[in-house]
Write a protein that binds this ligand. Structure first.
Ligand code: PHE
Ligand code: NA
Length: 463
């Protein structure tokens, strides 16, 4: 019956789909930016340690809960403790919010891929190109709708024939592309106007070397919090996505291995993204040239590509195709987790559910895409930044809800259900859960405390 089509074929299909969710703009535009800002190698070391402790704990929990309950967030939390249904609903709301704007970002990337493919690389490097694009009231909407449509089509085709099938070819290609671009970045060489030579290797060393200059306790804490919030955005945890994907994993799959592979894939791509972006920016515009967030991808990089000359057109194409794959597989996972929850709540079939939700999100994407033109608003967010519609959605879902959900879920698992709830699932069929002790300590003590601090910081209470 329906259940059968709702499973990944095996470990590889699951790992690649989950890695598809994990690898996204977080890896491409946020990780390199943070690494450059937060002391290069210092950030890298902190981030890697956190992946192996904190990230591992949250990812293990989400996936194990999903497979144990065979349900998505709302159903899963309700099954664990009926009184905690509210946490399931809250978790469900994160992708519901993210979905309103993720296809808009996917649309921007698609637009740039088209721009580079049609040989307009020079135009894209102009100062106000990005601003004039997103403030237009047609093009961003059209591209957002296309991106949303493609996402919906894949999800419509189901877990194995849609999500898994697409991930199985997109993710390996993505990995190859990032490796190729990183190697190219390392070979770059450029003489600036004052006759000084800058090389990709120097940029790479700048990325790897821990910069301890001006390091105070406060700055260290800031770096720690940056790394932590990056981490769970990057692993797609605490938003129910990994619970949904976990619920599609067959009982004989070794979750320990799967968790490790997903972590390695996501962290590996993040590291490589830094290796392709930081040296390139370093060579052509120095350390000051790193933009934050979207401006890195849509403003700083096009300038770097332009400075590469003819090769830049080609590198630009490869880069934006990589970015499309990364964003599409994430967007798919966001929609899938909404679809899965709705199917369980309303007892509807996949096709009908996807159709209805697509209509809703085509409209929502159009509205958010128009947030820089017709529906322009400017709001000052509690963390001090100002933003438009897209940033508001992003702030609520990622800065407010996710740390809060992570905090509550560590309390639920660590203290109400007790860690054995997850450990039993990890050891199902005699599998060996090697980091069991670490998991226990993290989920009960360390993670709740860290999540609480992060929550205070990202909501502006602590600054
Ligand atoms: N994990 C993705 C990234 O690193 C981001 C993401 C957020 C994906 C929310 C799905 C849902 O970019
Ligand atoms: Na990621």
């Amino acid at each position: 019956m329906e259940r059968k089509s709702n499973h990944f074929s095996g470990q590889l299909g699951f790992v690649l789909a989950a890695a598809g969710s994990a690898v996204g703009v977080g890896n491409l535009w946020r990780f390199p930016y943070l690494a450059a800002k937060d002391g290069g190698g210092l950030f890298l070391i902190i981030y890697f340690i956190l992946v192996l402790t904190f990230g591992f704990t949250l990812l293990t929990s989400d996936i194990a809960i999903g497979r144990r309950t065979q349900k998505s967030a709302i159903g899963a939390y309700t099954e664990m403790k009926p009184k905690w249904k509210f946490l399931g609903i809250l978790t469900f709301l994160v992708p519901v919010l993210i979905m309103t704007y993720y296809a808009v970002i996917g649309g921007w990337i698609t637009k740039y891929a088209v721009v580079y493919l049609t040989g307009q690389a020079k135009a894209a490097a102009a100062d106000d190109y990005f601003t004039s694009f997103i403030t237009s009231s047609t093009s961003p909407v059209i591209f957002a709708l296309i991106f949303m449509g493609v996402t919906a089509f894949i999800v419509y085709n189901g877990v194995q024939d849609g999500i898994e099938k697409v991930s199985k070819w997109m993710m390996p290609i993505l990995l190859v592309l990032v490796v190729i671009i990183s190697i190219y970045s390392l070979t770059l060489k450029h003489t600036d106007s004052s006759g000084q030579v800058h090389t990709g290797i120097q940029g790479f060393l700048y990325y790897l070397t821990p910069n301890l200059e001006g390091l105070t306790v406060q700055r260290f804490l800031q770096i720690l919090l940056d790394a932590m919030s990056q981490l769970f955005f990057s692993l797609s945890v605490s938003m129910g996505i990994m619970i949904t994907y976990g619920s599609y994993v067959k009982p004989d799959v070794d979750l320990n291995k799967a968790v490790n592979q997903i972590e390695i894939f996501d962290t590996g791509v993040a590291f490589l993204a830094g290796a392709m972006i930081i040296p390139a920016v370093f060579v052509f515009s120095g350390t000051e040239g790193m933009g934050a967030g979207p401006s890195l991808m849509f403003v700083s990089l096009p300038k770097v590509f332009a400075a590469m000359g003819k090769a830049g057109i080609f590198v630009g194409i490869l880069f934006f195709v990589t970015a499309i794959f990364a964003t599409l597989s994430s967007c798919i996972s966001v929609l899938e987790s909404i679809v899965a929850n709705c199917m369980e709540i309303f007892h509807t079939g996949r096709k009908k559910t996807v159709s209805v939700l697509s209509a809703v999100y085509l409209a929502a994407s159009a509205i958010i895409a128009l947030g820089y033109s017709i529906f322009y608003v400017e709001v000052k967010l509690p963390n001090g930044s100002t933003g438009q519609l897209l940033d508001i959605m992003d702030y609520i879902s990622n800065s407010v809800m996710m740390p809060f959900i992570a905090l509550l879920s560590t309390i639920l698992i660590g203290w109400v259900m007790t860690p054995d709830y997850v450990i039993d699932e990890m050891e199902r069929n005699g599998k060996n859960f090697r980091r069991k002790k670490l998991y226990r300590i993290m989920i009960r003590y360390v993670a709740p405390v860290m999540m609480f601090i992060l929550f205070l910081q990202s909501t502006g209470v602590l600054s």
